[in-house]
Design a protein. Structure first.
Lengths: 271, 317
């Protein structure tokens, strides 16, 4: 324990009221959330490095011309989208749900309510910082695919692919927030894991869902990860994403964001 | 009767300014428990107020209501003439709660900088660190701190800007004696700078030494409200202890003047009296021979126990 004696009381505020800076969100909090995420080596490994490693392991030995059954995609193209999406999913889902649940329990969200930050500023900072980490995740998989496995696409396809996977990850960021406000304590990790693996595997991020029995495919195609991966797959063969996939994802976004907002308000009333 | 017993303070504004905090008829119920019951409370600018009460007295609920973390079932809570949330958004209120957690995996100085960035009337980060006595641990990670260090970081967050009202919920829990003294020295400077300070505490000596006003809370009601000296006087100012041989006539003892409490166990008699001289004089008048007679002042702790016990007994009847 330090014995430093406090010596001064600051006499004057250094700043005049600046209401604008905190009316909607706080760039300070967003920066700090990003900084702490980047410092978390385990999290960075699993969301940024791990998907690329999986990409190399799975698509490495496969032929560069043979198509994945029922698709126009090679193994390399299929797993490029799958692993970039998987990495983005990991970054936004795993990070947020557990952190939010823990910070609610420890009272950090309560402490933040005693600042001038508006209530939703916390959630916005969480989603913004998660969305920042997803970008390197996606780009690293793309760079590895192009450099090591000679995946070639038009420039617009690379850009569109990056954007589609990045924007689509917001759906799962909202889901992560909802889980963080739904579960607490010991329940949050298993719940997140179950949802995470179900979404990854059934959505076809680990293996083509065409190898599943038909009844399982019928269920899987309604999971949000299925249209999420389909966005990227459409871009890879030179098409715009299918309208149905975009609509299904949008519906999920509305549902998850609405659920998160409802759970957040419920939690706030309880304090 | 106890609900109105404490209104010894003027409720009019001082110096032409409105009250800092105004509770009027505030109630909050959790299930069957009335955590706060018809509470009326006014704090004025510049006061240092201690909130005392046993566990479950409603201290934390009162502070939560004051800070807008909970909404009252009935009555109204105003802080600087507006809602708690608006007062906080304006940077008028700083608070250090027991239940207030810290952001982990960040450095102390980063967290303090965040608090300064969020405060509409912030101080410089270096000044806040120094004032809270945490300059030497500024580069440590928040999740690697001891309990006492965490408390000082909480204090830094509560004083990151020019708050006019500072709320502290058992702030010195986990601090050792040296740090505790340094903490209160820092707190006193805040009070000297004209800030209003409200703190809940279990350490009655802290209330005695630091507060210029003490509010005793019991089962969601105010039992007593005044200076520490007034609280002691209210409970019966002095304690008289002696031994008596032979059978003890409790009825006669109870008839002693200025007696406020009587406790007989074996041969030992303990009396609380608001005028010990008169009580002892009358005691000799009973024709008994008290041995080992001691007359002592009542500490705030005993006063506090006397007041809350009396209230509990009253409710039990």
């Amino acid at each position: 324990m330090s014995t430093t004696t406090p010596t001064t009381t600051p006499a004057t505020p250094t700043r005049t009221p600046s209401a604008m800076s905190t009316t909607f969100a706080s760039s300070s909090l967003i920066k700090l959330e990003i900084l702490r995420t980047l410092r978390n080596k385990r999290f960075m490994f699993f969301s940024v490095i791990y998907p690329s490693v999986l990409f190399l392991i799975i698509s490495g030995p496969a032929s560069k011309t043979a198509k994945v059954p029922h698709t126009d995609l090679t193994m390399q193209l299929y797993y490029l989208v799958a692993m970039a999406s998987f990495g983005a999913l990991t970054a936004v889902l795993m990070g947020n749900s557990e952190r939010i649940a823990k910070e609610r329990e420890k009272g950090w969200t309560r402490q933040l309510r005693l600042t001038a930050l508006p209530g939703h500023g916390y959630v916005i900072a969480k989603i913004a910082s998660a969305a920042t980490v997803t970008l390197p995740t996606i780009v690293v998989v793309e760079v590895v695919a192009a450099a090591v496995k000679d995946v070639r696409m038009e420039a617009w396809q690379w850009l569109a692919l990056t954007f589609a996977i990045w924007a689509g990850s917001l759906v799962f960021a909202a889901l992560g927030v909802a889980i963080g406000y739904l579960a607490s304590g010991d329940a949050v990790r298993p719940l997140t894991m179950i949802i995470y693996f179900a979404l990854s595997i059934l959505g076809g991020l680990w293996m083509p869902s065409t190898i599943f029995p038909t009844w399982l495919q019928n269920i899987a195609k309604w999971l949000p990860t299925h249209p999420y991966a389909a966005l990227g797959q459409a871009i890879e063969v030179g098409h715009a994403p299918h309208l149905q996939d975009v609509l299904v994802l949008a519906a999920y976004l509305v549902a998850f964001a609405g659920g998160a907002a409802w759970l957040y308000r419920k939690d706030t009333r309880k304090a | 009767m106890s609900a109105t017993a404490g209104t010894t303070r003027p409720t009019e504004p001082r110096d032409g300014t409105g009250p800092v905090v105004a509770f009027s008829g505030v109630s909050k119920t959790f299930g069957q428990v009335k955590a706060v019951n018809q509470l009326n409370l006014t704090l004025h600018a510049g006061e240092t107020v201690a909130l005392l009460g046993p566990n479950g007295a409603g201290k934390s609920t009162t502070l939560d209501l004051l800070l807008g973390l909970r909404n009252p079932d009935a009555g109204s809570v105003e802080v600087f003439g507006t809602t708690p949330a608006r007062a906080i958004a304006k940077g008028l209120v700083g608070a250090m709660l027991q239940s207030g957690g810290l952001m982990e995996e960040v450095k102390v100085k980063e967290l303090v900088k965040l608090a300064c960035d969020l405060h509409p009337r912030a101080y410089k980060v270096s000044e806040v660190l120094e004032s809270a006595g945490i300059t030497d641990i500024a580069d440590r990670l928040v999740n690697k701190l001891s309990g006492g260090q965490e408390q000082r970081v909480r204090f830094a967050l509560a004083t990151a800007g020019a708050n006019d009202l500072i709320i502290l919920d058992e702030p010195t829990t986990g601090m050792d004696v040296t740090v505790r003294q340094a903490f209160w020295a820092a707190m006193r400077r805040q009070a000297d700078a004209g800030r209003t300070v409200l703190f809940a505490t279990h350490y009655l000596e802290e209330a005695d030494a630091i507060a210029d006003r003490v509010i005793v809370l019991h089962r969601g009601r105010i039992l007593a409200d005044g200076s520490a000296a007034e609280i002691k006087a209210k409970a019966g100012a002095r304690r008289v202890v002696f031994d008596l041989e032979g059978p003890i006539d409790e009825g006669a003892l109870r008839g002693l003047p200025f007696l406020t409490a009587l406790d007989v166990s074996g041969h030992t008699v303990r009396i609380q009296s608001s005028d010990a001289d008169a009580t002892v004089h009358a005691l000799y008048g009973l024709g008994v021979y008290p041995r080992n007679l001691e007359v002592s002042g009542l500490g705030l702790e005993q006063a506090f126990i006397a007041i809350t016990d009396a209230a509990s007994a009253e409710e039990a009847v």
